[in-house]
Design a protein around this ligand. Sequence first.
Ligand code: ADE
Length: 665
Amino acid sequence: MERVMERFGSVGFGSVLLVCLVSGASALLHTPNPQSVCKSCDPQPANCRSNQCITSCSVSKTCPGPDDVCAAVWWRKAGVVMVETKCHDPKQPLNGVVLDDYSSSDCVLSLKVMNTSVLRLCACTGRECNKRLLLSKPDDQILPTSENKEGFKLAQVCRFCDIEFTACNATDVCESSCNITSICENPREVCVSAWRRNKGKPIMETMCHNPALPFHGQYLTDYNNSVCLMKQVKGMEDDFYICSCNQEECNDRLFFTDVSAPTEGVEKNPLPVLLVSVVPALIAVVVLLSAFYCYHVFHQQNLKATKTKGIDSETCAIIMSDDDRSDSSSANANSLNHNTELLPIQLDTIVGKGRFAEVYRAKLKQGATDESFQMVAVKIFPYEEYASWKTEWEIFSDAELRHENVLQFLTAEDRKAERRYWLITAYHERGNLQEFLTEHVIGWDGLCRLGGSLARGVAHLHADRTPCGRPKVAIVHRDLKSVNVLVKSDLSCCLCDFGLSLRLHNFMTPEELANSGQVGTARYMAPEVLESRMDLENIESFKQADVYSMALVLWEITSRCSAIGDSRVFVSPFGKLKDHLCVESMKDDVIRDRLRPEIPASWTNHAGVHLLSSTIEECWDHDPEARVTAQCVVERFSEISSAVISPLSADTKSAQDSGNDEEEI
Ligand code: ADE
């Protein structure tokens, strides 16, 4: 301080600070544009709805070039909208295209046809302006929406995690902790949040909501606010707060600062909250910038003085930029793909028929010619089966479900004109496991591959963490059987048909769980499911019932393994494939007689099959608590397969040797 006083001689420090403030401010005004900060991610699925898309990119980068702007490239891959985000030098073409406008604060996509591919490109100026991409009007058949000054009304963008536990204790200001941003389905929807306790634990709900409809029985009155002001709902549970607002992601910050006002009544003015929260921050920023400017001037002069004295001082600064930070949570796309443009799909042959829907092999056209297409599977639900389509679509929409042993979901479509609902997924030409095992004998390696991947798929479904450690809602399949498992070209399995599946939120009540009823296929039902005696207090019991069904599928796979010497023709557990087994007859077999599929003595001939048989028996134990978990089966498979080297003779034994004309894998 003394040195500063010295340097400025007789001028008082107050005047110095004033000079600094003024010159700091003018320096700020005259400095060149700060470098842009843009979303920067490799291509990844985007969340598109109506006339806009939100990237799921969670990496922000300070652009290297002083003039760089933010840019995005949009295209469709197998029906899924992919978006690449980056910094871009406006002097260079973007993907070979010179755009008309680089200075807009909105990233407005324009359509570019390049050779055989169709791209949409945009560039914009402003912090992370390439996070939200708008579809330009003239060349987008995609979205004829109404209203607003340019002829569009943009749907709102809100935090949307439904219900999750929260650390927020309903005081002061809370962050929602929801990291999923979604474009609202309907342009009239606003952002809402609710906070309440469930069995003593605080939970937070974030979503879009149409204020014309009640939210938790309340009509919203504050939905035009720009911030979310929590209000206690009277006449409900003690601790129940809701708020609504109409600004991008405004339901992420929740103000519990004036919770006494009831939800009914006059809309609150957000100005005081804004004044209280923003003004001190602004003052602090101005003071800090001025102080920094003074320090900088002082330091530069000091440096010059030091250098002239012959001491070369070098400053090293390690700046942790955003791009240095690795972020493993980039994939939080919630895959709600609401493009109103229907995909160019040509249905081919029917490949499966289920309780609620039929599955077709289909060609997804990829270019102008008929030759370029990708095979996909289309599950078609009649209009009356809307609920089944929605259940399965909701299960698939959880980005954390994605796994190599779970059927890859591409998109869902409401084919209104045909009165049909579609789910579009990857196509696997080997078909389902039952068909595959009917036609093929497998070796020990094939058994480990099919069985191990089946267990990995079920373990992933049941897990409440992804392999990267991100939280995930556990899901139970509730209809595991060899028909609902597909065989991929590399001979691994993936689970399909999630029409009866259930997401196991920790806060589900026994009533909610009980309402889900006795579901599944009688042949594969665990004894406690057949008897409707599941422990509904414990969500683990749903997983235990899945493990029982998985054991029957593992038995089916093992029964076709040539490593045990004799491979029998394929039969379903508990009898012939075609027999329809009803719940009552299964109860007699499985509960009264404690019957299970036969494990022949020959299965002890092979050390690996012998060990696997014990695991299968543990999985179908009558006592659900005694069953091992799917994750444990995964570990058993890796132990068994690394301990038991496939005996050459068993694995190369042909199907002809075993007396049938099936192909051995
Ligand atoms: N059967 C049911 N779904 C299928 C799919 N995705 N691929 C091949 N066959 C199927």
